[in-house]
Design a protein around this ligand. Structure first.
Ligand SMILES: NC(=O)c1ccc[n+]([C@@H]2O[C@H](COP(=O)([O-])OP(=O)(O)OC[C@H]3O[C@@H](n4cnc5c(N)ncnc54)[C@H](O)[C@@H]3O)[C@@H](O)[C@H]2O)c1
Length: 415
């Protein structure tokens, strides 16, 4: 390996583009060498991030793999159901991987990927971007410092936000687990990863409950047509009216509509008339849950709960130790409390914890996690602190997949 870490990108959609743009700003450490996507404009956008000819373009995974290894690391940012096949092929070619979550569409396949990566001596980092945010890296530092004493239990909470739920998990790519992955994996594998990372031990037992309670036909306003663009009588008061994409929710189109930035209202309306994102949220073919709770126990005795709901916004965490409790996250900050603080049991004193924003990316892009992850790539893949061969983050995937098994079966799952 040279001093510069070379990186190829498979899947130049929303995530592939996001990472590549950050990589291009860290040019002295990283070099993009190849971009593959089925859609020409997407791979060309990536190619435009470097001088002409420096990034080789490929019209899909097959041609990329047929050309042999193009870089030290391959970013796999295709859709969920493709990750396993693309990751396996890339491992065989000798790539280390930055793999979008979920690593695969089942736990068995995640474990197979881990096994093969170990056999081949390859590192697979997952895009668990939250670990790399200033907020959660501070939480981890506090836990590791011993300031909380022994950790007894933890609570995490994720408010997906109603429009985000509608965009991604009702109308969008992750509406059906069979085409992607269950909601608790697609959205909360980040939280499952955080819980395992902070507990520092494998999960031992899991229970879970949840359902699709709101986004179903019986909750549709009277007379609502199948598409918002067909004249809905309830449009004026509907939180989910697709016409919001023309105004306050326009940025969500960046993930699903090519050329959205230049598109005028007429073009966006055309898109809404024909694409899944113009459909009434109560008349979609969505199957995934809109709320789910998980309770689990780790092998070191720590217990944890996680709540996911469409009807709140932002994440929060509480960690209860024998000396102090840590609390923080979006809802606290919204309410005017510090973003992160400790409550010391001995004195009842409240100690705000400073979350240092390390770089000029601040909190942009998953609370700074997109930038933090890209910034960490050279440490993840080489040097003394590099990852061990295998799938880093398997524990979080195991927790999320088994939570879904527990929810669907109604049974407590033990390991
Ligand atoms: N880490 C995170 O926080 C996070 C956030 C959002 C999404 N994701 C995950 O990232 C992945 C990508 O999501 P996205 O929003 O970028 O999706 P996207 O649809 O915008 O991008 C996927 C890209 O892959 C391309 N593609 C499909 N098949 C291909 C093939 N055979 N060869 C080459 N390219 C191919 C598509 O044309 C598309 O451009 C998903 O698995 C998603 O679950 C992760």
């Amino acid at each position: 390996m040279s001093d510069v870490l070379t990186i190829a990108v498979l899947g130049c959609g929303s995530r592939g583009r996001t990472y590549s743009k950050i990589i291009a700003t860290l040019g002295e450490r990283y070099r993009l060498t190849a971009a593959a996507d089925l859609v020409a404009s997407r791979r060309e956008m990536l190619a435009s991030l470097a001088p002409t000819g420096e990034i080789r373009c490929f019209d899909g995974a097959e041609s990329l793999f047929a050309a042999g290894k193009q870089a030290d690391v391959l970013i796999v940012a295709t859709q969920d159901a493709q990750h396993f096949g693309h990751a396996m092929a890339a491992l065989e070619l000798g790539y280390d991987l930055l793999l979008e979550k979920p690593a695969a569409e089942s736990l068995a396949r995640c474990e197979e990927l881990d096994r093969r990566a170990r056999e081949l001596g390859r590192r697979v980092a997952l895009c668990f971007v939250l670990r790399y945010t200033p907020f959660y890296s501070t939480v981890k530092r506090v836990v590791d410092s011993g300031k909380l004493g022994r950790i007894i239990s933890m609570r995490t909470h994720e408010g997906v936000e109603p429009y985000h739920q509608a965009h991604s998990f009702v109308r969008g790519h992750w509406a059906k687990a069979a085409n992607s992955s269950p909601m608790i994996v697609a959205k909360c594998s980040h939280d499952a990863d955080l819980l395992c990372w902070l507990a520092g031990a494998p999960v031992a037992a899991i229970s879970s409950h949840g359902d699709r309670s709101w986004f179903r036909a019986e909750n549709a306003p009277e007379g609502a047509p199948l598409r918002c663009t067909d004249g809905c009588p309830a449009a004026a008061n509907c939180l989910f009216d697709a016409h919001h994409y023309l105004a306050g929710k326009r940025r969500w189109l960046s993930m699903v509509m090519d050329g959205w930035e230049e598109a005028d209202d007429a073009k966006i309306l055309d898109f809404l008339k024909t694409s899944p994102w113009g459909r009434c949220v109560y008349h979609c073919d969505n199957e995934v849950v809109d709320h789910q709770v998980v309770a689990c126990e780790f092998t070191n005795g720590i217990t944890a709960t996680h709540t996911m709901t469409a009807f709140d916004c932002g994440r929060s965490i509480e960690i209860y130790g024998t000396l102090a409790a840590l609390k923080g996250g979006d809802p606290y900050q919204e309410a005017g409390a510090p973003e992160l603080w400790l409550r010391h049991h001995a004195t009842g004193a409240i100690e705000p914890v400073e979350v240092s924003v390390r770089d000029n990316a601040g909190y942009a892009g998953h609370g700074g996690g997109d930038h933090g992850l890209v910034d960490s790539l050279d440490h993840l893949f080489r040097g003394e602190q590099a990852l061990q061969p295998g799938l880093d983050g398997l524990a979080g995937h195991r927790l999320a997949y088994l939570a879904e098994k527990a929810r669907v079966s109604g049974q407590r799952v033990t390991l």
